[in-house]
Design a protein. Structure first.
Length: 70
């Protein structure tokens, strides 16, 4: 294995670990919401599927790829 290949492998491994740790941190930082609180929020704001497309931005790809959209 050449040095460049080894460096690329190490970089990708580190990115993967950091991505996993970031997701774990996000899970820890998201506050718990009881069923009652969630029902109240749903009543106040409705479901995201009911929103107009212009009212929201889908950040799924952005989060999945670590702040970069492929």
């Amino acid at each position: 294995m050449e040095i460049q290949e080894l460096k690329a492998l190490i970089k990708e491994s580190i990115r993967e670990v950091l991505r996993e740790e970031r997701m774990l941190l996000c899970q820890v930082l998201i506050p718990y919401v009881s069923d009652e609180e969630q029902a109240e929020l749903n009543e106040m704001f409705g479901s995201p599927s009911d929103y107009e497309k212009e009212e929201s931005v889908d950040m799924t790809e952005w989060v999945r790829y670590g702040n970069q959209i492929p």
